[in-house]
Design a protein around this ligand. Structure first.
Ligand SMILES: Cc1ncc(COP(=O)(O)O)c(C=O)c1O
Length: 382
């Protein structure tokens, strides 16, 4: 079966390093090795790390440290991967067969639905609906219950959600897990933004899916909340038998995590360092969120503000004469005319919206907004 184009990643791959202002990123401004060293990372130690294939499912030290973040998990429940994208991909490879049904909560990052469709599965999208006030989203529970059937093999959610920033409550997560459990389906919960809930207090944790059912898999990585996407280090936590099958699948993809990324990951996921990195991300997101809110108020109703609760992005409708506009055309024009890259909602499954990255340095963020405003001044329609 032909794989469809993964538009979001393709557009970013093509343009993110060629535009003046990249507002398409969904994580915060990445740290450097020097930045990590300032937090206490042993930079000298990296010089003597053998550039070998490390233990291909992740070193026992790293897996033990990651397991400690998931109640009841042991190193057998953990597989270290090359980013959460590899974790998602091998999970789909293991769980989905042609003709299977997959249920995905949309909008989302779209990787899992596209990979499942590429394997010949039928993907049912169930929407998150914008609430009447500017900060809420809610799952269409009726559509959700209708979409989960005996034929469903996999339920996918991006939680906290990319791109809306929606965070489910623990009882909502239980409800999703229970619906999957009733029909024997697996739940794949993509939790790369779990450390990036804006208003968490230090030490507080957003709810996750782990532990809410027998067939629950959660994935995460260093890329978003930790600010280390270039380390390309992710992981999944799941039942040991499932983890074994994913490990043998990843023998076909990247074999092992990068040797240099293992000490970085062990440093970053150590609890006190983790908290400092999460707090750094939250601080950056909160500052730009305020700037963004004020800016939308000055756009004569063309951009309707919606407050994200998580993630380094804001997902907002663009309006023309009170109706949602063709945001993909606007995003294309903006890139061509102003050298600014935004994410068109269509690339996340919700046309009519734009996703603004909130993780930039404040000056770059303000410059991006200035250019978007200039382009809005030329009219919304292409
Ligand atoms: C929800 C979500 N999952 C997974 C990924 C992939 O990230 P990585 O492979 O760097 O962990 C992204 C990247 O934007 C994402 O937004």
């Amino acid at each position: 079966m032909e794989m469809e184009t993964f538009d979001l990643e393709r557009q970013q791959s093509l343009w993110e390093h060629r535009v003046d202002v990249n507002m398409s990123e969904s994580g915060v401004e990445p740290l450097t090795l020097n930045g990590l060293a300032a937090l206490g990372f042993d930079l000298e130690g990296l010089h003597s790390v053998p550039l070998e294939y490390i233990q291909s499912n992740g070193t026992p030290e790293l897996r033990a440290q990651l397991a400690a973040h998931y109640e009841g998990a042991t190193i057998e429940h953990l597989l270290a991967t090359t980013g959460s994208s590899e974790a998602n991909y091998v999970a789909v490879q293991v769980l989905v067969r042609p003709g299977d049904e997959v249920m995905a909560i949309v909008p989302n990052y779209l990787q899992v639905g596209l990979a499942a469709r590429g394997l010949g599965a039928v993907v049912h999208d169930v929407p998150l609906l914008p609430g009447a006030d500017e900060s809420t989203w809610s799952l269409d529970w009726e559509a959700f219950e209708a979409a989960v059937s005996e034929r469903t093999k996999l339920v996918y959610l991006s939680h906290p959600n990319n791109p809306t920033g929606h965070v489910f409550t623990p009882s909502e997560l239980d409800r999703i897990a229970a619906a999957a459990e009733r029909v024997g389906a697996w739940v794949l919960s993509d939790e790369v933004y779990r450390g990036a809930v804006h208003d968490l207090l230090p030490g507080e944790e957003a709810p996750g899916m782990w532990g809410r059912g027998e067939r629950v898999v959660a994935v995460s990585s260093l890329s978003k909340s930790y600010g280390l996407p270039g380390a390309r280090l992710g992981w999944m936590v799941g039942p040991p038998g499932f983890i074994e099958r994913c490990w043998s699948r990843r023998d076909f993809t990247t074999i092992a995590p990068a040797a240099l990324s293992d000490p970085i990951a062990r440093f970053a996921t150590e609890p006190s360092n983790q908290e400092r990195l999460f707090e750094r991300a939250r601080r950056m997101m909160r500052v730009n969120r305020e700037t963004f809110r004020d800016w939308t108020g000055e756009q004569n109703g063309v951009i309707a503000y919606r407050e994200p609760r998580a993630g380094a992005y804001a997902f907002v409708p663009m309006l023309e004469n009170g109706r949602q506009a063709d945001c993909a055309a606007f995003a294309e024009r903006l890139r061509r005319n102003r050298s600014v890259l935004l994410v068109a909602g269509r690339w996340a499954g919700m046309p009519g919206y734009l996703r603004f990255g909130l993780g930039l340095e404040p000056e770059a963020f303000a410059e991006g907004l200035r250019r978007v405003e200039l382009e809005i001044g030329e009219g919304v329609a292409s």
